[in-house]
Design a binder for this molecule. Structure first.
Ligand code: G3H
Ligand code: 13P
Ligand code: ZN
Length: 385
């Protein structure tokens, strides 16, 4: 079926009180596997391409230096893959821009076929964040595209850090931000952190989500709360990576128990990228560890060399540039590359499958309304948002 606006999926989470995982992809094979595993569990799917993922998928191995042109190309590549697999799928799929840097990035994503965009103005002063986010809403809603904003900065990982220096989201500010911008979703800062080093025993300040939701109910406002930086950093995967030649240190995530709890308390969308990176890296290391003959096979030997020289890395974008056309378009030129693609797909299935169950979106696909972008645009128009 055609891609749905992310709002349709978020509305179902609100109505039926569960959370939807949102999974980052940086390769065609990842988009394919994310859709397949959601299909298996009869869950709707939110696939995310980050601003830098778009640059990478635009052919920039040095994605941090990607230009707007690269991002446009990459957004198209991701959207083409997601549309292709979603078209033949019975589950609703939304494609969301993660951490959109500016208005141009959001436009590039929407033009490429994304049905939802995040504008990350969290580093700006409150009023400027409102202004920028409002601009994006004005561009996106007439196209039926969902918008996520962010308020508060994801840095602190300690529950007791709640002082003048705290960057946690203030629920009162959140309500004002939502009212003034008209965003459909809001990323809050409440104790999570991006990456694999979140600190041992990170405690979520769930009261921030509870208070914000309660205020929104009183105000009659819809807005889905988003938990970024929510990877669980499975310790068994960390141990496996290190036993296979990796050198990860101090790797800790958010406990599944806490994520399960907040998914019942108003968190609607839970962002996960790092766990996928870790599982794919483990699989790549394992492939060469147990099949030493592959270390010298021409098409994938450079991947092995990168794994050997970059032992503390776990972002597959560090290791996989030697097969860039495979990542960007899904080409599989030989059976060695097919083995690498299998590592990517298996890693996604392992992590995403586990979290679909934990977040309780299993079987919820039929509860998501099949709304088109045009219909959604009309709803926004009538509601004046
Ligand atoms: O929240 C950020 C995501 O993990 C995306 O990472 O910007 O390196 O693609 P990236
Ligand atoms: P992790 O680094 O915890 O996977 O967070 C991903 C994320 O927030 C993407 O927006
Ligand atoms: Zn994030």
């Amino acid at each position: 079926m055609p891609l749905v606006p992310m709002r349709a999926i978020l509305e179902a989470t609100e109505k039926y009180n569960y959370a939807q995982g949102a999974f980052n992809v940086n390769a065609v094979a990842q988009a394919k596997a994310v859709i397949e595993v959601h299909e298996m569990f009869r869950s709707a799917a939110i696939i995310q391409g980050a601003d830098l993922a778009n640059a990478f998928m635009g052919g920039r191995a040095d994605f941090a230096n990607g230009t707007l042109e690269d991002k446009k190309v990459g957004a198209n590549n991701i959207a083409n893959a997601v549309k292709k697999y979603a078209e033949n799928s019975p589950i609703p799929v939304a494609l969301h821009l993660d951490h959109g840097k500016n208005i141009d990035s959001c436009i590039a994503a929407m033009d490429g076929g994304y049905t939802s965009v995040m504008i990350d103005g969290s580093s700006l002063p409150f009023e400027e964040n409102i202004e920028l986010t409002r601009e994006v809403v004005k561009l996106a809603h007439p196209r039926g595209v969902t918008v996520e904003g962010e308020l508060g900065v994801l840095a602190g990982v300690e529950d007791h850090v709640f002082s003048a220096t705290s960057t946690y989201t203030n629920p009162l500010d959140a309500v004002e931000f939502i009212r003034k911008t008209g965003v459909d979703a809001l990323a809050i800062s409440y104790g999570t952190k991006h990456g694999a080093n979140k600190g041992a025993g990170a405690v979520l300040r769930k009261e921030i989500a509870i208070a914000t939701k309660e205020c929104l109910r009183h105000e009659g406002l819809f807005c889905a709360l988003v938990s970024h930086g929510s990877s669980t950093v499975p310790q068994y995967i960390v141990k496996e990576i290190n036993a296979l030649g990796g050198t990860l240190t101090d790797a800790h995530g958010i406990s599944k128990e806490q994520l399960k709890e907040v998914s019942r308390l108003g968190i609607a969308k839970i962002n996960v990228d790092t766990d996928i990176r870790l599982a794919v890296t483990r699989n790549l290391r394992e492939l060469f560890w147990y099949n030493p003959e592959l270390r010298t096979h021409a098409s994938i030997a450079p991947i092995y060399q990168l794994l050997e020289s970059r032992t503390s890395d776990f972002d597959p974008r560090v290791f996989l540039p030697p097969i860039m056309p495979t990542l960007m378009y899904g080409d599989i030129p030989d059976e060695d590359v097919a083995k690498v693609v299998a590592c990517i797909e298996k890693g996604v299935r392992e992590v995403v499958g586990t979290l679909i169950v934990e977040f309780d979106s299993v079987g919820k696909a039929p509860l998501v309304e099949q709304v088109t972008l045009e219909e959604m645009a009309e709803r926004y128009r009538k509601a004046g948002i």
